[in-house]
Every structure is written in structure tokens, then in C-alpha cells.
Design a protein around this ligand. Structure first.
Ligand SMILES: O=C(O)c1ccccc1N[C@@H]1O[C@H](COP(=O)(O)O)[C@@H](O)[C@H]1O
Length: 215
């Protein structure tokens, strides 16, 4: 199972976390967040893909960050429409050229009123969904949603499982990994549950988690 550590803010901490070899590291480009990232990213191993997290940002702003920070994925965490995703994909291709692909992740807030029908228009326009808990914030709410709501997911787009995942979820995650849904689960995404303060990840806690989860 792949692992994404999101909400990185401090270069020294990025170096510590990179030694744990997560598959992805995420950076928040939403100014109101206490994890809002400014500055540059230090050298990290090439096996770790860098993900920019945006909330209803403009395409030029996203392109600027992709180019300046050499991001490999763009995570859209706001109300971005399917048409927006298509336009962004076209602009990313223009920016990067045909030899490389910047993947698009569309975050979906899952609450009791969630319906799979809302996802159909995104099929073929994004590379992954990211299922997150619906809460007062666009992301980083710090609590898990009921993963049973994902039972019956039958679209082709693989997904990241996110939302308040921490060490307390390890046992239930192991159960989840025994279900048929796991075939479409591309990665587990962690953020606030592993922090000493917003944006500062606890490498020891992360190490225990990665040891338990990585297959
Ligand atoms: O973490 C934030 O501050 C944030 C702000 C705006 C959009 C997304 C944000 N974080 C993303 O939220 C999910 C879940 O986080 P948590 O585990 O509930 O803390 C994660 O994918 C972050 O990328």
C-alpha cells in the first residue's frame, strides 16, 4: 500500500520524513491553512512524488507552483468542476510537454449525504479521487469518516483514502485491506494525526504507522 504524508511545512522535517520513504509528500497551497507552504523544497529522493494541494485556486497559480517546485501531482480540494479538471489537464500538458504527466487528484468530501453519482462526471478527467471527511474545513479536519460509505464504489478511478487517519486507525485499516475495496485504494493519506504542531510531522509516529501499513 502506498503512503502519502501531507501538509509538510519545514525543510528539516521534510528531510527527516523523506528518510522513511513515503511514496508522496504533500504541500498545502491554501493560505488560510496553518500548514500553508511557502518557500522551497529541499532535495528529496526521486522516488517520493511531490503533491501540491489547492483549494479553488486559479489555473495560472497552480501552473506556477507545479513549475517552480517541480510537482508531480496536483490535488484539488475545493469545489473544482469536471470542466475545470479538463482545462487544467490541458494546461498542464502544454506546460510540461508530452514526455511527462502531472497527475490530478480530486478530493471528495464524504459525509452522510454523499452519493457516488456525484463522481461520474469526473471519470476520465482525473487520475485519482481522494476520499476525505466532510467537515467545516476544506481539508485537514482531523477526523475519519465512515469508510463503509465507500462500499459499492465501482468506478474505474483509483483513490487515496484520507481524513484523520492516525495510529488509532491501524487495526481498522488492516480490516479494510482485507476487503475488495482495497483493489481500488491506491494510497493511504495522512496529515494532522501525525503532527507535533501544524505542518511539523512526528517521524517516530510516522515510522510506526508505515511499518504497520506498508505491505
Ligand atoms: O491540511 C490542511 O490544512 C488542508 C487545508 C486545505 C485543504 C486540504 C488540507 N489537507 C488535506 O486534508 C486531508 C485530510 O487531512 P487530515 O488527515 O484530516 O488532517 C489530507 O489529504 C490533506 O492533504
Amino acid at each position: 500500500m502506498k503512503i502519502k504524508v501531507c501538509g509538510m511545512k519545514y525543510p528539516e522535517n521534510m528531510e527527516q520524513v523523506s528518510q522513511l520513504r513515503p511514496d508522496y509528500m504533500g504541500f498545502i497551497f491554501w493560505e488560510p491553512s496553518s500548514r500553508f507552504f511557502t518557500g522551497s523544497i529541499p532535495e528529496i529522493p526521486e522516488t517520493i512524488d511531490k503533491v501540491g494541494v489547492f483549494v479553488d485556486a486559479s489555473i495560472p497559480y497552480i501552473l506556477e507552483k507545479v513549475k517552480d517546485l517541480n510537482l508531480q501531482l496536483v490535488q484539488l480540494h475545493g469545489q473544482e468542476s469536471p470542466d475545470f479538471c479538463t482545462s487544467l489537464r490541458r494546461e498542464l500538458e502544454n506546460l510540461i510537454g508530452p514526455d511527462r504527466k502531472i497527475e490530478i487528484v480530486k478530493a471528495i468530501a464524504v459525509g452522510q449525504s454523499f452519493s457516488f453519482g456525484d463522481l461520474n462526471p469526473f471519470e476520465g478527467r482525473v487520475d485519482y479521487f481522494l476520499f476525505d471527511s466532510k467537515g467545516p474545513l476544506p481539508g485537514g479536519n482531523g477526523f475519519a469518516f465512515d469508510w463503509k460509505l465507500l462500499e459499492g464504489y465501482d468506478l474505474d478511478t483509483p483513490f487515496f483514502l484520507s481524513g484523520g487517519i492516525g495510529l488509532a486507525e491501524v487495526e481498522i485499516l488492516k480490516g479494510f485491506m482485507g476487503t475488495s475495496l482495497v483493489k481500488k485504494c491506491h494510497a493511504i493519506d495522512v496529515n494532522s494525526a501525525f503532527e507535533l504542531e501544524p505542518g511539523l510531522k512526528d517521524p517516530r509516529k510516522l515510522q510506526s504507522f508505515i511499518k504497520e501499513i506498508r505491505l
